[in-house]
Design a protein around this ligand. Structure first.
Ligand code: GDP
Ligand code: IMO
Ligand code: MG
Length: 436
């Protein structure tokens, strides 16, 4: 069984934690899209790791692969690899020769485009993600393989001259010294990485033939997907399960299984529609209890009720046979919980996400109220975790199972805290992940 783990909301669902928990059953962990806009947290005892570009499997010493669909900031990659090794983590790294590179030009253009958009800005992470994917698709991009020759090649020259034009004529800015020396600076960094560079597809297909098990680690979430998300308030890559195939060169027939990750409520960083957002005491309570601050930018995350209309849409888009539900501890102790089961637009109810952004201005969520579950004494969930899924409070199981049933999926994992040990797998999911 090769498995894809994807976010079902607007990112930060707890994918890093889940991939860390699951990677014990796999040989290789692969990132297939996004870049250092991602921030994936792993907590194990006293130690916390926040990974932006390396697959989370590195923390458990797995072989980790950065696929061709990822956009790489070489500085972040070098720094993160160094820090993790310094912290005693020993892992094998493979980097796709076809992955695109983020340069200081694209980082500057990300900032300038956001500024130009004024109050229509996306609220990007300003890590150069959008401009790098735009250049990739405009065939102006620079890839990992472009650094392994003696001089700047034609592709770098093209990207640089177009970027300088855009800086000067669209934004009235001159290139900085950092930009002008980027090729030689990055060449040094990339030479330090040369031993890890490979054809990702060939590497992974050989590994599968050798019987190795692969875990694909999604970044962002389906509602941020460039095609299927709340466009234009999205990221610039496809972040749904099917992107695991194009972003790694492993065909869908060799992947098959999908686990989608959702919180028990909803959060979003940056601007854009959010039908179930709570700008009241409950919203503030969730933000505080859930420590809802962006892993990369530190921005507060907007919080709201669980949106089952959006979740059903993303479960179906991803083909998620199982869901992992995180932060059940954060929602505990609230007597009544609302979940959104329909949207009302212009007097009629709809059960799917509108494609046009303007519809959100006229949309109001239709809620169903479910009973909340109690918080254990002193907030200590460990006994309940030891007792397993069947012994969780009935209200919690009902909440999870009603949500899964609405979306046409099954509960696979429940997370009751940030630590890797604060996790319960259902018997069916555990059997599937261990034995198939
Ligand atoms: P990712 O981007 O999907 O990997 O998620 P992030 O790491 O950006 O954000 C999730 C945050 O929630 C991190 O700080 C995690 O340590 C934390 N977290 C994950 N699962 C749980 C949980 O079940 N309960 C609590 N309280 N925190 C959790
Ligand atoms: P992980 O993998 C949450 C959001 C940004 C912004 C939009 C576009 O940790 O879940 P970008 O820099 O990608 O051009 O920004 O997408 N965003 C995320 N939000 N988690 C993430 O990643 C995100 N990556 C991008 O806040 O709204
Ligand atoms: Mg995150």
């Amino acid at each position: 069984m090769n498995l894809v783990v994807v976010g079902l909301q607007w990112g930060d669902e707890g994918k890093g934690k889940l991939v860390d928990v699951l990677s014990q059953y796999f040989d290789i962990v692969v990132r297939f899209q996004g870049g250092s806009n991602a921030g994936h947290t792993v907590k194990t005892g006293d130690e916390t790791f926040k990974l932006r570009i390396l697959p989370t499997g590195a923390v458990r010493g797995k072989t980790v692969v950065i696929g061709n669909g990822v956009v790489i900031d070489p500085k972040v990659l070098a720094e993160e690899t160094h820090i993790l090794r310094q912290r005693g983590k020993d892992f094998e790294l493979r980097i796709s020769d076809r992955a695109h590179i983020i340069t200081p030009y694209q980082i500057a253009l990300d900032r300038l485009r956001e500024k130009q958009k004024g109050n229509q800005k996306v609220g990007t992470t300003k890590r150069g993600i959008g401009p790098t994917y735009s250049d990739k698709h405009a065939r102006l991009g620079v890839r990992v393989c472009d650094f392994y020759q003696n001089t700047r090649n034609r592709q770098w020259e093209l990207m640089e001259s177009k970027s300088i034009d855009r800086l000067k004529y669209l934004h009235n800015e001159e290139p900085t010294p950092e930009m002008m020396s980027a090729f030689s600076d990055y060449k040094v960094l990339m030479e330090g990485m040369s031993e890890y560079v490979c054809s990702c597809s060939e590497y992974l297909l050989d590994a599968i033939e050798d019987g190795k098990r692969i875990l694909f680690e999604g970044a962002q979430g389906a509602l941020l997907d460039i095609d299927h998300g709340t466009y234009p308030f999205v990221t610039s890559s496809n972040c749904i399960s099917s992107a695991a195939a194009t972003g790694s060169g492993v065909p869908p027939s060799k992947i098959r299984d999908v686990l989608g990750v959702t919180k028990t409520y909803t959060t979003r960083v940056g601007t854009g529609p959010f039908p179930t957002e709570l700008q009241d005491d409950i919203g503030r309570k969730l933000q505080k209890r859930g420590n809802e601050y962006g892993t990369v930018t530190g921005r507060p995350r907007r919080c709201g009720w669980l949106d089952l209309v959006a979740l059903r849409y993303t479960v179906r888009l991803n083909g998620a046979q199982y869901i992992a539900v995180t932060k059940a501890d954060v929602l505990s102790g609230i007597e009544e919980l609302d979940v959104c089961v329909a949207y009302e637009i212009d007097g009629s109810e709809t059960y799917t996400l509108p494609s046009c952004n303007d519809s959100y201005d006229r949309l109001s969520p239709v809620y169903k109220t479910l009973r909340g579950w109690p918080e254990p004494k002193g907030g200590d969930w460990s006994e309940m975790i030891d007792d397993g899924y069947e012994n969780l409070p009935g209200e919690l199981r009902q909440y999870l199972e009603q949500a899964a049933s609405y979306c046409g999926t099954e509960v696979g994992i429940v997370s009751l805290g940030p630590d890797r040990d604060d996790t319960i797998m259902t018997t069916a999911f555990e059997k599937a992940v261990k034995h198939v």
